[in-house]
Design a protein around this ligand. Sequence first.
Ligand SMILES: C[S@@+](CC[C@H](N)C(=O)[O-])C[C@H]1O[C@@H](n2cnc3c(N)ncnc32)[C@H](O)[C@@H]1O
Ligand code: SF4
Ligand code: SF4
Length: 442
Amino acid sequence: MGARDMERQALNVYRMRLLGAQVHGAETGTAVLKDAVSETFREGTRRIADTHYIIGSCTPVRIPPRARCRPHSAQLHVFCNQTVDGDVTSSHNVPPGFYDRRDVFVKIVSWMTTNRCNLKCEHCYQDASCATAGELSTDEARTMIDGIARAGFDIMIFSGGEPLMRPDIFDLVAYAAGKGLRPVFGSNGTLIDLPTAKRLKEAGACAMGISLDSTNPEEHDRFRGVEGAYDQTIAGIEACKQAGLPFQLHTTVMEWNRDQICDLTDFAAQVGAKAHYIFFLVPVGRGLNVEPEGLSVLENEELLREVMRKSKDVPVVVKPTCAPQFTRVAEQIGVPTRFTRGCLAGLTYCVVGSEGIVRPCAYMTESAGDVRQQAFDDIWENSPIFKLLRTRDYSGTCGSCDYQEKCGGCRARAAYYHNGDLLAQDDYCAYAQKLPQAQVCC
Ligand SMILES: C[S@@+](CC[C@H](N)C(=O)[O-])C[C@H]1O[C@@H](n2cnc3c(N)ncnc32)[C@H](O)[C@@H]1O
Ligand code: SF4
Ligand code: SF4
């Protein structure tokens, strides 16, 4: 098999893994990709669906039309009579430009629409309160969205501050949808009544991410700094349900709610959420003030194991966020997860601040560029910070770690604790610290 065929085959295997398939083709000559195919169709990832290939046939073979029509019963036998060269996710096998293959990876951008917010959360990384003077105007936001679409992004998260406090939010969601992006939200949920949920859906919003930090209303309100926030958020969830607008729940983990996390996952399932995203505290903005109330490295490890085990038994997707080590944990304890890479900052993900500054993630202060001065797609392609992150040339424990391609360490924490060095080791890792609890594979 030639080098080009090898690369194509490796890409196909990787793509299938990305979609959650167990690929055994290299060893057995056959694999069933039922889950991958149904996942593809369910998610409507049209570009991937259109170019689904059968692994191992060095000439790509398209999925038979019958399988396309009946995705949930589709079973594809995958023939692979050549050995795939090890794990294509390991760095020495990742071809140059691998993370730029838009036919393989879903690219996500999060826009902090405004710094304005109606809540006063203790941990807010954005230090949100009032709008700042230099926030992007509607026209500037449209120009930015043009650049995002040109750069081949798939999903645009409207976040904040509280995005529903921007009066032009419906127009901008519609504009993004018109450019082929999937608009989704990060919201505190308190401002979503039924007409708003319907209007968002009509504008083209595909899903709402709604923050809920406790099963106990008083504790949620205390953390969010406003009495009654819990009830308003629950009403927002109800409104989404009634409007048929898909939603997921977001919870930030602190010491005080650590024991409620799995209950909140159950709650997410009970109210019909699609997913429960569990945010691990990053000490930036007001998060700095509550850093001592975050989890220790060991507590982090134990919770990751608990939630990944839990993920097997619930009908919602469970995803730890800003704890890239979850990909290692999932592999160690044999829990399948559709997420094959931990830290995505600068690889397939970036954020734009409310004033138009592009950064690799919301927790990093380093600017990659300013959309008022330079087109977003130009920044995405050419910013030195993104280029540096894409080398994935990590140092310290991350540099010598067996899981570095899967995990990547949290680049924001690495920079924060190592004088801005984006490629430094992530100290928030029990595996790197050789804690016995992180070495066990069960
Ligand atoms: C900044 S908020 C913006 C969207 C919306 N206002 C909300 O609260 O959901 C996005 C998410 O990040 C979480 N978050 C805020 N500060 C954080 C921090 N320092 N570390 C980790 N997650 C944080 C919030 O709880 C929320 O779920
Ligand atoms: S976390 Fe969200 S709701 Fe809370 S203050 Fe920050 S932006 Fe507002
Ligand atoms: S050492 Fe780094 S790459 Fe390895 S598991 Fe820890 S954070 Fe991830």
